[in-house]
Structure formats: structure tokens, C-alpha cells
Design a protein around this ligand. Structure first.
Ligand SMILES: [Zn+2]
Length: 89
């Protein structure tokens, strides 16, 4: 029984870095996103390059800049992407 408890403790949850604030979070606290083929913001689909962003940073200006650069769109378009993106579905 004692050994089992020890095992549980040593299991590490995966930790990822938010691309905006560069803080580390558990993976389940971050959104995994990517830029699709049509230069749009999408949820990671399993292929291609992805990045993580924390919940707080989804509303930050820096995130808009990041998306603009990453997807190759202007800031206005990046803002719209984020605005219309359904993070919680
Ligand atoms: Zn962040």
C-alpha cells in the first residue's frame, strides 16, 4: 500500500510552455492551437506544428501579435480569429 502511494506521487503530469507569457502549465490548462493551411487559427488537428497558449493569454495583445506573425496575417485579422475562436469547445 505504501509503495503504491509513492508511485502515484512520482507520476509527472506533462508540462508545456505558453508561447505568450512563457510560463509553464500542465497540458490540460493550455489550449493547443495551430495555424491551418488557409492561414487561420484552428485547434491542433494532430499534424503539423502546434503551440500552446494559457487561458489568460488568449485575451492579451501579445497573443494577437503572435498569431499575426505565426499565421502570416495582419493584426486585425488575427484579432478576429481570436475573437471568433471557440476556445471552450
Ligand atoms: Zn500565457
Amino acid at each position: 500500500m505504501k509503495n503504491e502511494k509513492c508511485k502515484m506521487k512520482s507520476v509527472k503530469k506533462p508540462v508545456r510552455m505558453c508561447v505568450v507569457c512563457r510560463n509553464r502549465f500542465f497540458q490540460n490548462e493550455l489550449f493547443r492551437l495551430q495555424c491551418g493551411g488557409n492561414k487561420e487559427l484552428i485547434t491542433f488537428r494532430g499534424t503539423g506544428r502546434s503551440f500552446y497558449v494559457c487561458k489568460e493569454c488568449t485575451g492579451s495583445k501579445k497573443f494577437v501579435n503572435y498569431i499575426a506573425k505565426k499565421c502570416g496575417v495582419d493584426k486585425e485579422k488575427a484579432k478576429l480569429f481570436i475573437l471568433h475562436f471557440s476556445f471552450y469547445t
